[in-house]
Design a protein around this ligand. Structure first.
Ligand code: NI
Length: 388
């Protein structure tokens, strides 16, 4: 049976799995129901190996081709976690858990990879090994890194990694990809300012931390505009300013917090260095002190050239050449699949989710019409990469 027909057959099942996951969202590493359901299905499909508990709650399935196992071992990755958002879709299969929602389409990613695993396990029309990876905690918990730290690459002999994410605003049935940097490195910071509290009517006897904080925010905006090479990209956003609780009291302390984003390791180092200098220097100019805490988050997600060209050719087979954008601009969001691409070559591709609400919006929903495209992409990626 041709791939398209069999995947059309599987479409109702995959849709049902997706909607079941959607109704039961789980956060971070706490994806026990989801992981159990994934593992149970992988076993039922006849995967050669199903391993749970990798990176705490990650699941890995191994499918060996029937054309010999001398070929490569490639890994396909989906993410399983949801977000702390109150769902506002009103769908019949909307979240049954207050305050939790699949608002990033990871329900769709998991279901499509399960669909591909079922197809690959029943046909095994390849030579080599397909490893399906279901990770927890993509949303800020670095679940990908946890699975790598658990020895996943060595244990399964993974030689390449492929990832996929849906993209609202791009038509259903289309793909976008690019070689090189795709998603930014994401760091976060707090700045604790200490001055001298006092009466609002006698500012000369105090050291005003609110004014100091305001000056620091303003001066931080000079880092990107004045010290980063204008041909390189960077963002510094101050998103928290916590200060005071009375009309007539100058607070002793103030806290600022925010995020910085970059695509280049040197720019990343520069942002951290200048952020410390500007915050501490500005505070000093006001007679206050600033203590900067800076945390490095997900690294840059950078697609490897050869694997990206290959992934684009697979997408073109699925969607048609004109429906694959091979030069999609990078964006300043972050993805922990970056850790996998730092371990092994591979590529991350966007798949159109049509005219839906944006990712992380309470009205967002994964479009089930995307399923045949995503599932076919995974299947063809394996059959083409591991053609015996
Ligand atoms: Ni996501």
């Amino acid at each position: 049976m041709p791939i398209v027909n069999r995947i059309a057959d599987l479409h109702p099942d995959i849709t049902a799995w997706r909607r079941d996951l959607h109704a039961h969202p789980e956060l971070q590493y706490d994806v026990h129901r989801t992981a159990a359901s994934v593992a149970e299905k992988l076993r039922a499909f006849g995967c050669d190996e199903v391993v749970t508990g990798i990176g705490r709650t990650g699941v890995v399935g191994v499918i060996r081709g029937r054309k010999g196992t001398g070929g490569k071992t490639i890994a396909l990755r989906a993410d399983m976690d949801a977000l702390p958002i109150e769902e506002a879709t009103g769908l019949p299969y909307a979240s049954t858990v207050p305050g939790k929602m699949h608002a990033c389409g990871h329900d769709g990613h998991t279901a499509m990879l399960l669909g591909a695993a079922r197809y690959l396990a029943e046909t095994r029309n390849f030579g080599g090994t397909a490893v399906v990876v279901f990770q927890p905690a993509e949303e800020g918990g670095a679940g990908a890194r946890a699975m790598l730290e658990d020895g996943m690459v060595k244990r399964f002999g993974i030689e390449e990694f492929y990832g996929m994410h849906n993209y609202p605003g791009m038509p259903v049935g289309s793909f976008g990809i690019r070689p090189g940097p795709v998603m930014a490195a994401t760091d976060s910071f707090t700045i604790d300012i200490e001055g001298k509290g006092g009466h609002a009517a006698r500012p000369h006897l105090a050291i005003d931390t609110v004014l100091t904080g305001a000056q620091i925010i303003t001066n931080l905006q000079s880092i990107v505009s004045r010290t980063v090479d204008p041909l390189k990209s960077a963002v510094i956003s101050v998103c928290m300013f916590q200060a005071g609780n009375a009309f007539n009291v100058l607070p002793q302390t103030v806290q600022l917090g925010g995020t910085s984003r970059s695509f280049d390791p040197e720019v990343r180092d520069l942002l951290e260095k200048r952020l410390r200098e500007v915050a501490e220097g500005t505070a000093m100019a006001h007679g206050a002190t600033a203590k900067v805490n800076y945390w490095r988050g997900y690294p840059v997600l950078s697609n490897h050239a050869r694997e990206t060209a290959f992934a684009a050719s697979v997408a073109q087979e699925v969607a048609g050449t004109e429906r694959v954008d091979t030069d999609l601009p990078p964006m300043m969001g972050a993805e922990d699949f970056a850790y996998m691409l730092n371990e092994r070559p591979g590529a991350f591709i966007w798949i159109g989710n049509g005219d839906s609400a944006g990712l992380h919006h309470p009205a967002y929903n994964f479009d089930d019409d995307v399923i045949p495209f995503g599932t076919s992409y995974w299947v063809k990626l394996v059959e083409k990469s591991l053609a015996a």
